[in-house]
Design a binder for this molecule. Structure first.
Ligand code: AMP
Length: 424
């Protein structure tokens, strides 16, 4: 089978790597990919911001199956367009992807269908902000409605700060058009958990649970990033809690989307806060998380292509995904200056040595080739991922591999998976 993967990050490298293991994949393409992906798939030029450009790529390649990684092309309707042309594709339509692309849609949807989430108010102008603020105790969470690449959420300590931030968002000063409409939200306390399920319009099958690390610095300090690392173990989520989340969040979402005429296919990512009142939804994403995908797929023992096809064709079954009892850990290596202004173009040394460590796979995110060398080409550069018989083994292997890699100004966290290790 000819398979096309859309995207260029560590998540897509992990998907490509796993698809390569499928006996049914004969030819693998990626648009646009990165330097690491190009070693394992044929990379083709294309613009992730343009559905037309992606359709042109598919017309040339004629894939039997396409997998969409990032949210932007999903929200622009790449799945709708591929389906219209009779091309089989994994991911939600633009209407289904509104669960991620509009916080307002997702909050109203949850309210309509009694899915547990924080109290909120929608504000379209300054007066609505002023009227809503007295109803919230502090801190107050301010969210831009649209896609903002992780920059659309501010936790304000006072009402004054919340009002000022919300107004700046409305005026387009913080996240551009994504902030044209704003949600004020009750602040929730608890541990965060990412729960991912693969859906086929009718059913939701859970993926292995993962824990990510959003802050740049050790001990969860410094600014938020796209994610500095993640780990996955079989005991991260016990089976009772998994069943509760399936019964009260994932399955109701799939059923309700169907009843509203927007069948949900693809990955449903539920960002949850485990509060004293029980798990509550912070957000939905309509695709795999990055970097959680790297440790999650490192533990998948069954065929990924089969699951993607079953999702696209509406015939998923419980046995489609088989998980190893091994643990896994991914340490992100980022450029100097990330997340604000990453320095690019630094030569990366030691990749082969790192990949040679037992159980390790180095996934590329922001990398490109110049001649023989790999150089940095983004904020997050690599996701050094290891699998092992225990979390301790996986973490030690990942850091052994990290120790073999070197580029100017590299930064990474030294405490990935510490919470999981302390729990042992
Ligand atoms: P979101 O994009 O909505 O997941 O928000 C990004 C991050 O902001 C989450 O991962 C949380 O750490 C935090 N956050 C979002 N909503 C809330 C909330 N209602 N209460 C507390 N923290 C929140």
């Amino acid at each position: 089978m000819k398979v096309l993967v859309i995207g260029s990050g560590g998540r897509e490298h992990a998907i490509v790597w796993k698809l390569r293991q499928s006996p049914n994949v004969d030819q693998l393409f990626c648009v646009p990919g990165n330097a690491g992906i190009c070693e394992e798939a044929e990379c083709v030029f294309g613009d992730l911001k343009s559905v037309d450009s992606l359709v042109q790529v598919a017309s040339r390649i004629q894939p039997d199956m396409t997998v969409v990684g990032p949210e932007l092309p999903l929200s622009l309707g790449v799945v709708d367009e591929f389906q219209r042309r009779g091309l089989r594709v994994f991911g939600p339509t633009a209407a289904a992807a509104r669960l991620e692309s509009s916080k307002i849609f997702s909050k109203e949807f949850m309210q309509r269908h009694h899915i547990p989430t924080a109290h909120y108010a929608i504000c379209l102008n300054e007066k609505e902000i002023k009227d809503a603020l007295p109803h919230f105790s502090t801190p107050i969470v301010v969210k831009a409605d649209g896609l903002a690449a992780g920059k659309g959420v501010v936790i304000a300590k006072t009402r004054e700060e919340a009002g000022a931030v919300a107004l700046q968002m409305l005026q387009g000063k913080l996240v551009g058009d994504a902030g044209n409409r704003v949600v004020l939200e009750e602040f929730l306390e608890g541990d965060e958990l990412s729960f991912l399920a693969i859906c086929d319009g009718e059913r939701a099958i859970p993926l292995a649970a993962a824990q990510d690390h959003k802050r740049i610095g050790d001990g969860d300090t410094g600014p938020n990033t796209g994610g500095m690392g993640a780990y996955s173990t079989s005991d991260l989520l016990d089976s009772n809690m998994q069943e509760w989340i399936l019964a009260h969040v994932a399955r109701p979402v799939v059923q309700a989307m169907k009843s509203e005429g927007a069948e949900y296919r693809g990955v449903l990512y539920c960002g949850l806060m485990m509060t004293a009142r029980g798990p509550m939804v912070l957000e939905f994403n309509c695709r795999f998380g990055d970097p959680e995908t790297q440790p999650i797929l490192a533990r998948l023992d069954s065929d990924l292509l089969g699951a993607f096809i079953a999702s696209a064709e509406g015939r998923l079954s419980e046995g489609d995904l088989k998980w190893s009892s091994d643990a896994s850990c991914c340490v992100v290596m980022a450029s100097k200056g990330y997340p604000e202004t990453p320095e690019l173009g630094k030569v990366i040394h030691g990749l082969q040595e790192a990949d040679a460590v037992t159980g390790v796979k180095v996934f590329h995110a922001g990398t490109r080739h110049t001649g023989e060398a790999f150089v940095t080409n983004g904020g997050r550069v690599l996701g050094v991922t290891a699998r092992g018989s225990s979390l301790r083994v996986a973490v030690d292997r990942a850091y052994e591999a990290v120790g073999k890699i070197n580029f100017d100004g590299m930064q990474y966290r030294r405490d990935i998976a510490q919470r999981g290790l302390r729990g042992k």
